[in-house]
Design a protein around this ligand. Structure first.
Ligand code: HAM
Length: 414
C-alpha cells in the first residue's frame, strides 16, 4: 500500500459535509461583509514569501516546500496566502477598480511543520484581506466578522486575544528596550531565542521552551512603547470592539510569527483544540503592499484554519442520506428501474438502484442499510399497469401509485 504523505490527510465522505458547512458559512459571512472571492495559484515564486512573509520567520527559514522547477525557476508551494493576495492586488492594479478592496480566498497551504492534532503539512485556510483603509474601525470590524463567522458555525467558548506590535517608528525603540532588559540573560535562553534576538527580538515572545518562560515573563511590553499614533490607534480599536459588545483579552505576548505585522495583531482561541488552539489569526500590515511593489496602501486581514474550524464544529447529524431505493422484481423490470431512477433523480430525489439483479430480499436489506425513507418497487405486473409500489420504511405501509405521479408523491412525503 502506498500511504498519504506525512502531514497530509484525505477528507473522507463522512467528514466532507462538515467541510462543506464551514466553507458555505465562510462564503456567506464574507459576502455579507462585502468581500469578493479571488483564487490565486498554489505555486508562487519563492521570493514572494522571503520578501512578504519575512526572512526571519520560521516559515521562510524552515518550512517552505521550495524547489527549482524544470526551467530552473525557484518556486514554492504557498505557505500562506497573504503575500499571494497582495501580489494579485498589485499585479492587476485592483486599487483602480476597488477603492477599498475586500478580498477572500479559500484553499490549501503547505508548511513543513511537525504534524500533530490541528497541525498539518497540507492544511486549508480561509483568508480575508482588506486594502486601502487605515482606520481602527476596520480593525474592529474585521475581528467582529471573524467572531461572527465562528459563532455562526456554532463554535462557542472562543476567546479573542489582541495586541499591538507598533510600527516601524516605535518598534525599534521597543526592540532595543527588550534587548537591554534581557542583558546577560539572553545567553541563558534557547538557541531559537538567541537567533530571534538578532533578527526580530519581538519574536522571543513566541518561545514555548519552559525554562525560558520566567525570563520572558519579566520582559517589557510592546504596548508600553507605542508611539502616540499607534497608542491612539490601539485605544480606538478597543473602543470599537466595545461598541460591538465584543469581549476580548489583551496579551502583550501576541506578536505572531510573521514579519509584516504593524499595530494590531489578534487571534481567536478555542479551548476545544488542545495545544494548537488558534482557530484563526491575523493583524494589520500597513507596509506590505508597498514592499511588494504596489502603491502605499494599508492592509489588514486574518486567516482561519479550516481543519481547526471543522474540529471545533459541534456534532450534528449531517450525513447525506439517500431518499429512495428503486427495487426491481422480475426480469422485465430489471431494465425499467434505471429509467425510473433517472426520472426520480431529475425530480430532485437522491435515488439508489440495484445494479446486480439481486433477490427482492437482498434489495430490501440494502435499502434498509442505506437508511432511505422509501422504497419504490417495480415488478413486471406494475410495469404492465403503469404503476409502482411505494413502501414507507418507517411504517412498513405499502401503496400503489401511478408511475407519472411518483415524483410528486415522494416529494410531498419527504
Ligand atoms: P497564521 O497564524 O500562520 O497566519 O495562520 C492562520 C491560521 O491558520 C492559524 O490560526 C491556524 O488556524 C491555521 N494554521 C496555520 N498553520 C497550520 C498548520 N500547519 N496546520 C493546520 N492549520 C494551520 C497566516 O497565515 C496569516 N497569513 C494570516 C493573516 C492574513 N494575517 C493577515 N492576513
Amino acid at each position: 500500500m502506498i500511504s498519504a504523505v506525512r502531514g497530509t490527510r484525505d477528507i473522507l465522505p463522512d467528514q466532507v459535509e462538515r467541510w462543506r458547512r464551514v466553507e458555505e458559512v465562510a462564503r456567506r459571512v464574507c459576502s455579507r461583509y462585502g468581500y469578493y472571492e479571488l483564487r490565486t495559484p498554489i505555486i508562487e515564486r519563492e521570493e514572494l514569501f522571503s520578501k512578504g512573509t519575512g526572512e526571519s520567520t520560521d516559515i521562510v527559514q524552515k518550512e517552505m516546500y521550495a524547489f527549482d522547477d524544470k526551467g530552473g525557476q525557484r518556486v514554492t508551494l504557498r505557505p500562506e496566502a497573504t503575500p499571494s493576495i497582495v501580489r494579485a492586488f498589485v499585479e492587476h492594479s485592483l486599487e483602480q477598480s476597488l477603492s477599498v478592496a475586500k478580498l477572500f480566498t479559500l484553499g490549501p497551504m503547505f508548511r513543513y511543520e511537525r504534524p500533530q492534532k490541528g497541525r498539518y503539512r497540507q492544511f486549508h485556510q480561509l483568508n480575508v484581506e482588506v486594502f486601502g483603509v487605515a482606520e481602527a474601525s476596520l480593525d474592529a470590524e474585521v475581528m467582529e466578522m471573524a467572531c461572527t463567522l465562528v459563532g455562526e458555525l456554532g463554535i462557542d467558548e472562543s476567546e479573542l486575544v489582541i495586541n499591538s506590535v507598533g510600527c516601524p517608528d516605535c518598534r525599534p525603540v521597543f526592540s532595543e528596550a527588550l534587548l537591554n532588559a534581557l542583558g546577560g540573560d539572553l545567553s541563558k535562553l534557547c538557541g531559537d531565542c538567541q537567533r530571534r534576538a538578532k533578527t526580530n527580538p519581538l519574536r522571543i515572545f513566541d518561545c514555548k521552551v519552559e525554562a525560558d518562560q520566567s525570563t520572558i515573563d519579566r520582559l517589557p511590553h510592546s504596548t508600553d512603547y507605542l508611539c502616540d499614533a499607534c497608542r491612539g490607534h490601539f485605544e480606538a480599536v478597543q473602543r470599537h470592539l466595545r461598541l460591538y459588545d465584543q469581549p476580548f483579552r489583551l496579551s502583550h505576548r501576541l506578536v505572531r510569527g510573521l514579519d509584516y505585522y504593524t499595530r494590531t495583531t489578534f487571534e481567536l482561541l478555542s479551548s476545544k483544540l488542545g495545544a494548537q488552539n488558534a482557530l484563526l489569526g491575523g493583524g494589520r500590515y500597513d507596509g506590505l503592499v508597498k514592499r511588494l511593489g504596489g502603491p502605499d496602501r494599508p492592509g489588514i486581514g486574518f486567516a482561519a484554519g479550516l481543519e481547526r474550524l471543522v474540529l471545533a464544529l459541534p456534532d450534528v447529524n449531517d450525513q447525506m442520506v439517500p431518499d429512495v431505493f428503486v427495487a426491481a422484481i422480475g426480469s422485465l423490470a430489471q431494465d425499467a428501474v434505471f429509467v425510473l431512477a433517472r426520472a426520480l433523480r431529475a425530480g430532485g430525489l437522491r435515488t439508489l438502484v440495484d445494479y446486480e439483479a439481486r433477490s427482492a430480499k437482498a434489495q430490501m436489506k440494502r435499502a434498509n442499510r442505506a437508511g432511505v425513507s422509501h422504497v419504490v418497487i417495480l415488478g413486471d405486473d406494475e410495469l404492465a399497469a403503469g404503476e409502482v409500489t411505494v413502501k414507507t420504511m418507517a411504517t412498513g405501509e405499502q401503496c400503489k401509485v401511478a408511475r407519472d405521479k411518483i415524483v410528486d408523491v415522494l416529494l410531498s412525503a419527504s
